[in-house]
Write a protein that binds this ligand. Sequence first.
Ligand SMILES: Nc1ncnc2c1ncn2[C@@H]1O[C@H](COP(=O)(O)OP(=O)(O)O)[C@@H](O)[C@H]1O
Ligand SMILES: CC(=O)N[C@@H](CCC(=O)OP(=O)(O)O)C(=O)O
Length: 299
Amino acid sequence: MSTRKHTALPKARTLIEALPWLTRHNGKTVVIKFGGNAMVDEELKAAFAQDVVFLRQAGLRPVVVHGGGPQITAQFDRLGLVTEFKAGLRVTTPEAMDVVRMVLAGQVQRELVGLLNQHGPLAVGLTGEDAHTMSATKRYAELDGERVDIGRVGQITRIDAGAVQALLDDGRIPVISSIARSEDDGHVYNVNADTAAAALAAALGAETLMVLTDVEGLYADWPSSDDVISQLTARELEKLLPELASGMVPKMEGCLYAVRNGVNTARVIDGRVQHSILLEIFTDEGIGTMVVPDEEGTA
Ligand SMILES: Nc1ncnc2c1ncn2[C@@H]1O[C@H](COP(=O)(O)OP(=O)(O)O)[C@@H](O)[C@H]1O
Ligand SMILES: CC(=O)N[C@@H](CCC(=O)OP(=O)(O)O)C(=O)O
């Protein structure tokens, strides 16, 4: 009996350590972007689902916005079709849009909803099309100073967060695919998932935007070094933006947009580390890169 008590004590301490964080975050909305590159294996995806459900049961209001770039590319491969990116955005013909929509809404979103719902009737999947959650107009890519037509790629013009708020109020976990309804015509647009998550976080007045990816955070001098910048202000990030490359660009632009539009912190964290969400929310040692608004920072 006494041995059992003794071995259980560290567990109680761990729970107590989380108390100030639980108090601080109670009732707060957290938008979590789960990148396609972070969905490495089944175990990680299951741990992701556990973390999100944990947040919900601990009194937070988590919202998941998911990507699926590698999964979309794999589907193109299976179909024997070629797909290309320009300035980090997928060239999306109307036929390609069908594939993007099928993979994001029909495959990746369904899988995440299924994993979350193993813990109860919690997750509800939707795309930005549903209830006009995300509206967009055509976005062009900038290549060597030239405007390039990349098809049905959208830039978000409006977020109607009503349906997402209603789901949160009902105790659900919304899982959202980055597809937007078109303001221009009756069709839909492919939206980068980082951009979609940032826009939604701002519209929801979220406390935190958390972007899970396949690196430890923002590297100061990528690819020469893997020193992670643990914290920076919006102004510091703005100065760094022109030097960033590839997939980090929409992530950091999204973080900047979020903190400049009412979100308290925006973080990029390593989705390959199991339970990285819990480590980031409930401990002092943040594990990735945290962007804070100017007035709270050190710029
Ligand atoms: N400064 C940087 N710090 C970290 N990663 C960077 C940086 N610049 C570019 N990257 C690249 O960005 C990638 C993450 O973006 P992306 O591949 O789009 O991921 P996701 O599918 O999670 O959205 C990293 O794997 C890395 O190759
Ligand atoms: C316009 C554009 O490029 N859209 C992305 C949408 C998915 C996405 O952003 O997925 P990750 O977060 O996994 O990169 C695409 O088609 O790949």
